[in-house]
Design a protein around this ligand. Sequence first.
Ligand code: FE2
Length: 377
Amino acid sequence: MSTVVAEQLKQHAQTDFLPLMGTDYVEFYVGNAKQAAHYYVTAFGFQPLAYAGPETGMKDRVSYAVRQNKLTFVLTTPLRSDNEIADHVYKHGDGVKCLALKVEDASKAWQETTTRGAQSYMEPVVLKDSQGELVMSGIHTYGEVVHLFIERKNYNGVFMPGYRVWNNPYFKTEETGLLYVDHCVGNVGWNQMNRWVQFYEEVMGFRNILSFDDKDISTEYSALMSKVMSNGNGYVKFPINEPAEGKKKSQVEEFLEFYNGEGVQHVAMATNDIVATVTALRNRGVEFLRVPTTYYDDLLERVGTIDEDLEPLKELGILVDRDEEGYLLQLFSKPVQDRPTLFFEIIQRKGAKSFGKGNFKALFEAIEREQEARGNL
Ligand code: FE2
């Protein structure tokens, strides 16, 4: 890191009113948490971690937490119909409810953000069990998504109070090399992108680090605009997409229609060896978008020399892009539920801090072929 950048980070750290230590967990509201947890374990290589339900005092829901390295996913389902989780699943299908962020002080995080205009989701609460105490608070963001602030410095348990260890020796899989959340993308409505950019700037102290307009991100048919928001230390990045006018329906519009509102479009998970990770995921049945093999014909002319052999990248359909600082390899899954909504990105960064702008055209053409097959283009 250059001394200038290091100095800027230090200055920002001193003035950052919402210091974040990264993503704590991502919680999904789903129609069947038992089966969803099974999918993340068997298909993605997460390990069973913790369980909460009626047996642990949670009367209205069941939650399974699964973990792989620094990635923790929670799959939650309602046990009854008269319940906000049930309403969420009815309205949106399976999707992300909480992007939980790790903080030093969850009470201060709530105070700082709500005084700057955030709508409270949960006032700070102290959750206790024999392993210590965990403080949690939360605010609303776009759609029905919420940010929870998690303070776990005085907690030693496996996940959080209310959960018990979920350890089934017969239910274990090899991990697939997924490491941590690289970024989480939100899809918002027409002309709403700048409103949420302003929210992340004013309420959470984020900065807009990259912007893409409809000329960057359009194919012959569909278009979108995107701005990438980052917190001070860069551990948390939230790109925000809105649909743009094209000849036909934008992929963001298709999402908004089937999700029945704004929500999380994709979660990008980092790996240090994308060829090994994607090989493992594919062998376990994870489905990925395919670009035409012609994408690889002039790849090295576009991105220059890379460390990886071209053949496995072509075989697996992995995309490559370069920016001033290095390059990145990435691949996108198909939606992970029947609605064409949430999907995952697998990303390996080799210096690049950007998001694969050079792949947008090939990628969006691949998405459009899928949209067309669904009759939604
Ligand atoms: Fe992404």
